[in-house]
Design a binder for this molecule. Sequence first.
Ligand code: 173
Length: 323
Amino acid sequence: MMDRKLVSLVSAFVLAGTMTAASAQEVTLRAVTSFAEGTQFSKNFERFIDKVNKDGKGVIQINYIGGPRAIPPFEVGNAVRSKVVDIANVTGAFYTNLMPEADAFKLINKPTAEQRKNGTWAYINELHNQKLNSYYLARQFVSVPFHIYLNKKIDKPDFSGLKIRVTPVYRDIVQALGGTPVTTAPGEVYTALERGVADGYGWPILGVFDLGWDKVTKFRMEPPFYSVEVNVLVNQDAWKGLNDAQRKVLSDAALWLEGLDASESEGLVKAERERQAKAGIQQIEFTKEASDAFLKKAYDVAWDSVIAKSPESGKKLRALAGN
Ligand code: 173
């Protein structure tokens, strides 16, 4: 009797031990994106998830919760910080409340391979460790620029009398040109334009068609400016809890994800400009001098604003950006 009890006790321990080992082998991370599912700035993250789930069988898996219906865009940074989610696809523009320096990422436009070599990645990772309790896994879309789209024609870079939908990306330059910034999440842009709450909006060159904005957009202002940044962040406790094999699946997939910008963005940008023209979105172009002055002002006001909020890290980021 005693013996049999002991045997079953021992086998129960052995079984429990095996189960722990088995579940430690494969870990599942919960993921969200700050852009609508299936749209331009979520697409590559979704491809990244598919790759991790394929390459990481038995090692690491990602459970894709989804987009803004799960977590509002401006809350995603906080969700990854507090481990409500383990991994997120989010632009720094949506978490400047937690990290004012994030407003500088749009000004850093060197290829990501170079950023990984020259210390930019390491420094931005440190900022994420400290302020967002997260690991900076990847930066996407470095060669995709932003534009201001308008429904009223202007003949010089002057937004006086215009209300323009912004995020922190465009706020300083819109104000510097005399416009009135109105902050909204991407999900509210269509209605703001339709109701005339906004006369225009800031957005990258890509993605205008995703939410039907072509129907409520007349003009795209040239020149393109800044550099899109959408980051993949992993909660730091989740990252630390992974073993080397699990981290390797994520890190390899991250480099693959960053590589998509170099291989795909230029073609996508060219095709999108043509598609916008076909849809009747007209370009507003200024003289060469006015365009150059606009670009200089766009960078100057943005750096000034970052450095005013975070003098030390702002200057360090500017030196790394080299512009
Ligand atoms: O306009 C925005 O919502 C914004 O800031 C952004 C940032 C990166 C990619 C797309 C949009």
